[in-house]
Structures are given as C-alpha cells and as structure tokens.
Design a protein around this ligand. Structure first.
Ligand SMILES: Cc1cc2nc3c(=O)[nH]c(=O)nc-3n(C[C@H](O)[C@H](O)[C@H](O)COP(=O)(O)O)c2cc1C
Length: 151
C-alpha cells in the first residue's frame, strides 16, 4: 500500500488545514495509507520521512513566502541528506497547495520544495476558506498524486 504524508502549516484560521484534509481524502480514496502533520503543532522530524512513498505539502502565504515550519523542513531535509547522509529522503513524487489572504505571491517561491522529487500536477491555490469547488480540486490532486506514485 502506498504510504503518503500530508505535511502542512495551518495556524491562523485553519484554511490550510481544510485543504490538507481534502488532499488526504483524495489520497485515501485512491487507496493510500495517509498521515497528516501540521508544523504549527511541532517541528516535523525529517528522519521519519524516508518510509513515505509520496508527500503533499501545503503552506499559507506568509509575507509572500512559505511558512517557517515548512522552510525548516526543507532546511532539515538538506542537512540530513547532504551532510548526514540520511538515505531515502529525496526522489519522491510530491504535490503542492497553498492558501493566501489576497496577495498569493507564495506561489512564486514553491521551488524551495523541488529537492523533494518530482512535482505532480499543478499547485492548487486558494483565497481564504476553501469552497466546495476548491475542495474538489484538492481531492483530485490527492488522487493524481496517489496514481503517479503507484505507477
Ligand atoms: C504572519 C502572516 C503573514 C501573512 N502574509 C500574507 C501575504 O504576504 N500574502 C497573502 O496573500 N496572505 C498573507 N497572510 C494571510 C494568510 O496566508 C491566510 O490568512 C491563510 O489562509 C492562513 O492560513 P491558515 O488559516 O491555514 O493559517 C498572512 C498571514 C499571517 C498570519
């Protein structure tokens, strides 16, 4: 069974959290075993990442950049892979989603995640609270990621 992680940051209104749940639903509906982690509740331990087959990463726009908890994930990722030699971190299919409050320029900074592996689909963006149409897109993104991972 494909193991998927939905790694996100949600702190202000829970908007990114609602998006993460929808991606997780899509992954589950395509047969994945899914874990979720909100970096607002603690630093994600990157040494637990290698067993996952794929990941969906979701961030709010914070000052036109990704949330600090997710930047820290990528910092830890580099240090563990390149300096500490931890195997199995990179080379995974990944999908992206982001929440914003009107600017949304975070979408131009999502390249920070490229070390993770191969981007699947298009990043799904959302202004404030996701509506039903956006939730459908996010479920579809989860399914697309699951299918790309299963091959
Ligand atoms: C510290 C902070 C900085 C923010 N900066 C931006 C920004 O530069 N551009 C933007 O469009 N929204 C910005 N926002 C709005 C959030 O991206 C938006 O409210 C988002 O939906 C919050 O997601 P959450 O409810 O999952 O925490 C900012 C919010 C916070 C708390």
């Amino acid at each position: 069974m494909v193991k998927a992680l939905v790694l996100y940051h949600s702190q202000e209104f829970g908007n990114t959290g609602l998006m993460a749940e929808a991606v997780a639903e899509g992954l589950r509906s395509a047969g994945c075993d899914v874990d979720l982690w909100n970096t607002d509740e603690g630093r994600y331990d990157v040494t637990e990442f290698p067993p996952y087959d794929c990941v969906a990463i979701g961030t709010p726009d914070y000052y036109s950049y990704v949330a600090g908890g997710l930047k820290t994930f990528m910092d830890d990722f580099y240090v563990h892979e390149v300096r500490k030699g931890l195997k199995g971190l990179s080379g995974k299919p990944y999908a992206l989603f982001y929440s914003h409050g009107g600017g949304g320029r975070v979408k131009d900074t999502l390249g920070v995640f490229k070390r993770v592996g191969t981007l699947i689909g298009e990043p799904v963006g959302c202004y404030k609270k996701p509506d039903e149409a956006t939730l459908r897109k996010l479920r579809a993104l989860g399914e697309e990621l699951a299918k790309a991972t299963a091959g």
